[in-house]
Design a binder for this molecule. Structure first.
Ligand SMILES: CC(C)(COP(=O)(O)OP(=O)(O)OC[C@H]1O[C@@H](n2cnc3c(N)ncnc32)[C@H](O)[C@@H]1OP(=O)(O)O)[C@@H](O)C(=O)NCCC(=O)NCCS
Length: 152
C-alpha cells in the first residue's frame, strides 16, 4: 500500500460538511453538520481533522471537556484510509490536546462488538472499567466504558 501523507489540525468551520458526510458513511446515528459546527465553535470542545495532501478528509475526532474531565465523543477514519495508523495518530493528538487543556481523566464508550476500536483505545492506554447494558440503539448493544488518566 502507498504511504498516505496527512496532517492533523483543528477543524475549520468549513470542515463541518465533509465530516457530516463521513458520519453518514460510518455511523448508524450520524451527526449533522450543524451539530459538528457547534462542537467546533464551542470553548469546551474541539474537533480534529486529518487531511491528506490534497486536503481531503481522512479522519476526525470530536471531544468535549469540563472541570478536568474529557470525553472522546467521536473518532473515525474513512474506510479507504484505515489500517495505516491514522486512527492512532488522531487519538494521540487528541490526548495531547486534552492534556494541554488540563484534562486529567479522559472517558469514552464503545460498542461491545467494536473490537477494532477497543484495540486502538487499549494500545493508547485506555482501560475498560464498566459495561452499560443496552446503551446503544440501532442496533441495540451494550457499551464498554473506558478511561485513561493523563499526566498534567
Ligand atoms: C476504529 C478506527 C478509528 C481505527 O482507525 P485506523 O486508522 O484504521 O486505526 P490504526 O490504523 O491506527 O490502527 C490502530 C489499531 O487499531 C486496531 N484496529 C484497527 N482496525 C482494525 C481491524 N480492522 N481489526 C482489528 N483491529 C483493528 C489495531 O489494534 C490497530 O493496531 P495494529 O495496526 O498494530 O494492528 C476505524 O476503524 C474506524 O473509523 N472505525 C469506524 C468508526 C468507529 O468505530 N469509531 C469508534 C467508535 S467508538
Amino acid at each position: 500500500m502507498n504511504k498516505i501523507l496527512y496532517n492533523i489540525k483543528e477543524a475549520l468551520p468549513t470542515d463541518a460538511e465533509s465530516i457530516a458526510q463521513a458520519e453518514e458513511a460510518v455511523f448508524a446515528d450520524p451527526w449533522s453538520s450543524s451539530g459538528i459546527a457547534h462542537f467546533s465553535a464551542c470553548d469546551s470542545a474541539f474537533v480534529l481533522c486529518a487531511k491528506n495532501e490534497a486536503g481531503r478528509l481522512c479522519g476526525y475526532a470530536i471531544g468535549s471537556f469540563a472541570a478536568g474531565e474529557g470525553e472522546l465523543l467521536r473518532i473515525a477514519v474513512l474506510p479507504q484510509y484505515r489500517k495505516s495508523g491514522i486512527g492512532t495518530a488522531i487519538l494521540y493528538e487528541f490526548i495531547h490536546r486534552m492534556t494541554a487543556r488540563r484534562v486529567a481523566a479522559l472517558f469514552l464508550e464503545v460498542r461491545l462488538s467494536n473490537t477494532s476500536a477497543q484495540s486502538l483505545y487499549e494500545k493508547a492506554g485506555f482501560q475498560k472499567y464498566a459495561v452499560r447494558r443496552n446503551y446503544y440503539k440501532h442496533p441495540p448493544e451494550d457499551a464498554i466504558m473506558m478511561r485513561i488518566d493523563l499526566d498534567i
